[in-house]
Design a protein around this ligand. Structure first.
Ligand code: MCN
Length: 794
């Protein structure tokens, strides 16, 4: 079913301003502010034995400097854990400034405040920290060996261990006609947004309020965390996210030390203070994700139907677990994808290492899950010598089995129940789009010319729109302008366009009249934030509900003014009309005037509205009990559980027989996020996601050496694809609506990235005839795999 709710071809309204260079990013603010530089650990693991600041104190322009002991008690405690979990038995979080031991390169040790950044950096350089190096713990093998401990009191470096089982896996494997084992690995990568993190705070002593600007995905969390840590009522802290140049997960506050320390210093010093993260800092002091190893045993029948799947995996959570277990829990629960697994057991260990902490990066555990599952399905097909798409088809959940309970507990603590989707139809579409059935001919023709072509396919299901809630406020001004507020913030997703579309559609007003403000706690103080592909589902639904309230109120007032029944009215182009009698009409802006019993005749529209003076009612006061003045409404959306989007990607690659370079010749995406509010925006999100996925599959990685030094911590050394490496992407959609929210929406923001490594690994494997069990894959690694395969063959 195709439901075009909101119209085609609407361009992103936020772009012209940004393209003209009129964006206001964090570092464009606070030209009068003092600036901060941090002294950060150069060691992966060391004990701090002395900090000598004497030399720094001589620097002209130094305003203040702080080490751990200088902070008030609340700031000396370890930072809070964002999401506790009963399996997280050894949670360890960092302090704002390191207390005695540093556990990754980049950990903040001292904070310097000065008249500008140059002075702050000069002073920071003159702080002499003496370290006693401790043994670094780098990579999952070292972490699991547990010979050296990241935290003295955490044996084996195990932060958490969790097992979920559906059915009897041991029995299923014992009875399966075939079994196979696989070991699969995904390396570390990171969000690396174009704009790094940053925070700028101003203290207003007269009012006792703190204004915090932050390049954040979660302004309300910043507000509450800063208030709690500074001992202020939340009402005295305002947080505004200005234009944000990308986040991709890393700008979720959990909380970040810098986001606490800068406001604290601003209040203490009574002066505006700002910190803008530089690129090297971002590499070593922000967070990473992905690194996991997976051991899999699968049992299956002659048709490739999976009878039992046993997955054991290790998750590298880095030095601390500020975010809890969300990433490995998502891997564990999203691994089954669109398949009906006879029995499934997943067990993971989350391990500390002396590297950057791990928090969600676009996809959050799902790229690893998809890689593990899809490589397994390909291995089954290879063992049975069957078509890979046919093996997938044999395992898919059928549309009439929806809602389908996979029997696991999802990241939100609720049951993981697929609510909608038509997986066989998605498979049929992607086969068509990539040319699956015709590919053997293409491959044979290429082979005749000495060229190596391969095709791959990967499927995923993605829990999106996690709760607990989001709110929306819609206000029709007497000018006719419609203001829309929601508390989460935007980092490039196009919310100002999409939320305006929702309100224009629901309220019947011109799109250009609708203005959206996100990420400003002064406008909307309660919210959760932008992550987990949740804005369209959560804020979109809340805004739609708020707009419906306003519409109902407008119809009620207009009905009185027009002496009609509300059911006989319609609103379009901002005018309320009696159906079938277009002459009987009242503009919505006049309704806004009438919504206030005290009608100010200060402006034109107010005077114009007086012709519609409401009939005086003897049995109703000017403001009835269930009413309030103003044509505005607020509502919240809080779902019982997440809604599950899904999709399939396919790729055709060519590998160079000499250089082992991988070229992507075709890339196809079929995606189902329910009705598309803005098809262009969704396709843009998919393009961006696929590009990020290709980056993670073939180029980007965090190259730690054994000492725990990140050897590629700059854009000179961190290999990124350019537009020239990203192929044209063919996209098709299914729009099966979710029954869980008023718009039938499912999330779209992360989808593009999830299956790329799996699809490309499958295509490379097909081209080369060599099993690919680890991503990313560089040409020299492929070369080495060829050499090894050649050696084994000879
Ligand atoms: N949308 C739509 N129709 C649908 C579903 C979504 O038109 N049926 C639109 C939404 O209205 C929104 C966009 O598609 O404008 C993405 O929607 P959604 O899936 O709700 O994702 P969020 O808006 O919550 O964005 C978060 C998501 C995540 S988790 C990461 S990480 C990510 C991403 O979005 N980070 C991004 N996309 C990003 N895009 C940019 N430019 N920058 C980032 O940092």
């Amino acid at each position: 079913m195709t439901t075009r709710l909101f119209g085609e071809g609407i361009a992103r309204r936020e772009d012209p301003r940004l393209l003209r260079g009129e964006g206001r990013y964090l570092d464009d603010l606070g030209s009068d502010a003092l600036e901060v530089a941090f002294v950060r650990s150069p060691h992966a693991h060391a004990r701090i034995t002395d900090i000598d600041v004497a030399d720094a104190l001589d620097v002209d322009g130094l305003v203040a400097l702080y080490v751990h002991e200088d902070l008030p008690a609340r700031l000396r405690e370890p930072l809070p854990l964002l999401i506790p979990h009963p399996a997280l038995t050894q949670p360890r979080t960092a302090c704002c400034l390191a207390d005695a031991v540093v556990r990754h390169v980049g950990e903040p040790v001292a904070m310097v405040v000065a008249t500008d950044r140059y002075v702050a950096e000069d002073a920071a350089e003159r702080i002499d920290v003496t370290y006693e190096p401790l043994e670094p713990v780098v990579g999952l093998d070292a972490a699991a060996r547990g010979a050296a401990r990241v935290h003295d009191d955490v044996p084996g470096n195990v932060a958490a261990a969790l097992v979920q089982e559906v059915g009897d896996v041991d029995a299923a494997l014992a009875q399966a006609p075939h079994t196979l084992d696989l070991a699969l690995e995904i390396e570390r990568s990171a969000s690396t947004p174009l704009e790094a993190r940053g925070v700028y705070a101003r203290w207003d002593a007269d009012d006792g309020t703190l204004r915090v600007y932050s390049s954040t995905q979660t302004p309300t969390s910043v507000r509450f965390a800063v208030a709690a840590k500074l001992g202020l009522p939340a009402e005295k802290v305002e947080c505004v996210a200005p234009d944000v140049g990308g986040g991709f997960g890393v700008k979720i506050m959990h909380p970040w030390a810098e986001e606490i320390l800068v406001p604290w210093a601003a209040r203490l010093l009574g002066r505006p203070v700002k910190w803008t993260e530089d690129r090297v800092e971002h590499f070593v002091a922000a967070t990473h994700e992905r690194a996991q190893t997976h051991d899999i045993t699968v049992g299956f029948d002659d048709d490739g139907r999976i009878l039992g799947l046993d997955v054991r995996f290790r998750h590298d959570n880095g030095a601390y677990v500020p975010y809890g277990l969300i990433v490995p829990i998502i891997t564990a629960t999203q691994l089954p994808g669109p398949y009906k697994l006879g029995a499934y057991r997943v067990a993971f260990e989350s391990l500390y290492s002396t590297t950057c902490p791990v928090t969600p990066y676009r996809g959050a555990g799902r790229p690893q899950a998809c890689f593990a599952m899809e490589r397994t399905v390909d291995a089954i097909a290879a063992r049975l010598e069957r078509d890979r798409a046919a093996v997938r088809a044999a395992n898919l959940i059928a549309p009439d089995e929806m809602p389908y309970d996979i029997g696991l507990v999802f990241q939100d603590g609720r049951p993981a129940i697929y609510d909608s989707g038509d997986f066989p139809a998605t498979l049929a579409k992607v086969r068509e789009l990539i040319g699956w059935d015709d590919f053997p001919r293409l491959k044979a023709e290429a082979a005749a010319e000495g060229r190596r072509l391969g095709i791959g396919l990967a499927c995923y299901v993605e829990g999106t729109g996690v709760g607990p809630y989001e709110g929306g406020h819609v206000h029709v001004e007497t000018s006719g302008r419609v203001n829309v507020y929601t508390g989460l913030s935007s980092q490039g997703q196009g919310h100002a366009t999409v939320f305006a579309q929702i309100v224009a559609t629901e309220l019947g007003v011109p799109l250009d009249d609708v203005h959206v403000t996100t990420g400003d706690t002064r406008r909307f103080p309660y919210a959760v934030g932008t992550f987990a592909s949740r804005a369209a589902v959560m804020s979109g639904s809340a805004i739609a509900l708020a707009a419906r309230k306003v519409r109902a109120k407008a119809l009620r007032i207009a009905a009185e003014a027009l002496e009609a029944n509300p059911d006989d009215l319609e609103i379009s182009e901002g005018i309320v009309r009696v159906k079938g009698s277009p002459g009987d009409a009242i503009p919505l802006k006049a309704v806004a005037v009438l919504s206030n019993p005290l009608r100010y005749a200060f402006d034109e529209s107010a005077r114009a509205a007086t012709q519609f003076a409401l009939p005086a009612s003897e049995d109703r006061p000017p403001i009835a009990d269930d009413d309030e003045p103003g044509l505005e409404g607020r509502d919240y959306y809080s779902p019982l559980r997440s809604t599950f989007a899904n999709g399939m990607h396919a790729a055709v690659v060519e590998t160079d027989p000499d250089t082992a370079e991988v070229r992507i010749l075709r890339y196809a995406v079929v995606h189902d996020c329910g009705p598309l509010i803005n098809p262009r925006i969704v396709e843009g999100q998919i393009h961006g996601g696929v590009a990020q996925g290709i980056a993670g599959a073939l180029y980007e990685r965090m190259a730690y050496d054994e000492a725990g030094q990140l050897t590629n911590a700059s854009f000179m050394d961190f290999l990124m694809p350019y537009a020239t490496e990203i192929p044209a992407i063919a996209i098709d959609h299914l729009e099966t609506p979710s029954p869980l929210n008023p718009l039938g929406i499912k999330g779209a923001g992360e989808a593009g990235v999830i299956p790329v490594s799996a699809a490309l690994a499958a295509a490379i494997e097909d081209a080369e005839g060599i099993p690919i069990h680890r991503m990313p894959l560089s040409p020299d690694e492929l070369h080495a795999l060829r050499a090894r395969a050649g050696g084994e063959a000879s």
